[in-house]
Design a protein around this ligand. Structure first.
Ligand code: GLN
Length: 295
């Protein structure tokens, strides 16, 4: 870390120069998407949008902003996730507040939103959707945004996560249609006033096997949102078993799972009497989600 300390060239630290320097520093430190990460952190320290940086390349941040940026650059180079440092993450083109109490939303999870929204929009009249293991509430909020006649229940076993989900739902102006509550899997919480059969259920449960290595930075995320026993199916198993009694006939269930779990998830789904699922691949062509229907 050298910027704004000893600088042999004595050139001013402009936005452009900070971004270039930090990108190189991140590259050497092995940070993923180094340029993007530098932009997100600098925009945060300057309290502006990432795109606003492009119009401010010659701008020279003040000492306080530089000190704030420098702190976060150090932490990011040490492996801390950018989303936790700035406190938000984009998902389905919406901005979500995130804290270390919740998993950072990932692009592959957008598959769940696509499936639920497509199904809910095909129905006439009002619909209901339950997003279980909601974490930050990203899936529930994105579904609510794009299925305007739907009422949603968003639950998580972690009360700390539910607080974050609630905050996101409120920030996005969706509190009237999305109820956030603490609940273990598909046990209907008292806060839910609707009926207990749903048109759609979505879930991104923990599914990483205890012995499996986590990706870079993932160790900063809540283990309870990631780990699921020796085979990674410890949550998927009881969750899938509980789906049929919560779905309306014709209702859809869409669930995310880990690499190599497609066959096991298919078997679990079929054994409950739900329809043979369609397996969906993520943007890296990895089998990542299953969508099925109640007959
Ligand atoms: N996809 C995440 C990871 O591998 C895991 C998310 C989850 O367990 N639901 O880091």
């Amino acid at each position: 870390m050298s910027f704004c300390m000893t600088d042999p060239t004595n050139e001013p630290w402009t936005v452009l120069r900070l971004l270039d320097w930090t990108k190189g520093y991140f590259q050497r430190a092995g940070v993923e998407s180094p340029r993007l990460c530098a932009e997100i952190l600098l925009a945060h320290s300057l309290d502006c949008g990432r795109v606003d940086l492009y119009a401010r390349y010659d701008h020279q941040p003040d000492e306080r902003q530089l000190a704030d940026f420098r702190e976060n650059v150090k932490k990011a180079a040490g492996g801390q996730p950018t989303a936790y440092l700035v406190g938000h993450k984009e998902f389905y083109s919406l901005s979500f507040r995130v804290t270390p109490a919740v998993l950072i939303p990932r692009p592959e999870t957008e598959l769940l939103v696509d499936q639920a929204v497509a199904h809910l929009r095909r129905q006439d009249g009002p619909t209901t959707c339950w997003d279980v293991c909601t974490g930050s509430g990203c899936v529930a909020a994105a579904v609510a945004k794009h299925a305007p006649r739907a009422t949603l229940l968003a639950t998580d076993v972690s009360p700390e996560a539910v607080l974050v989900a609630k905050e996101n739902v409120e920030l996005l102006g969706l509190a009237e249609r999305v109820t956030c509550a603490t609940a273990d899997l598909l046990n209907v919480p008292e806060a839910w006033r609707g009926e207990s059969l749903f048109d759609a259920i979505t879930a991104n449960p923990p599914y990483v096997a205890d012995g499996d290595e986590l990706g870079a930075g993932v160790e900063y995320e809540p283990a309870s949102a990631l780990r699921a026993g020796q085979d990674g199916l410890a949550v998927l198993r009881p969750l899938i078993a509980a789906v049929p009694e919560r779905l309306r006939p014709g209702g859809v269930f869409c669930v995310e799972f880990g690499r190599g779990q497609a066959d096991a998830v298919r078997d679990l789904i079929v054994s409950t009497g739900l329809e043979e699922p369609t397996i969906l691949k993520d943007h890296q062509s990895i089998e990542r989600a299953a969508v099925t229907r109640k007959k």
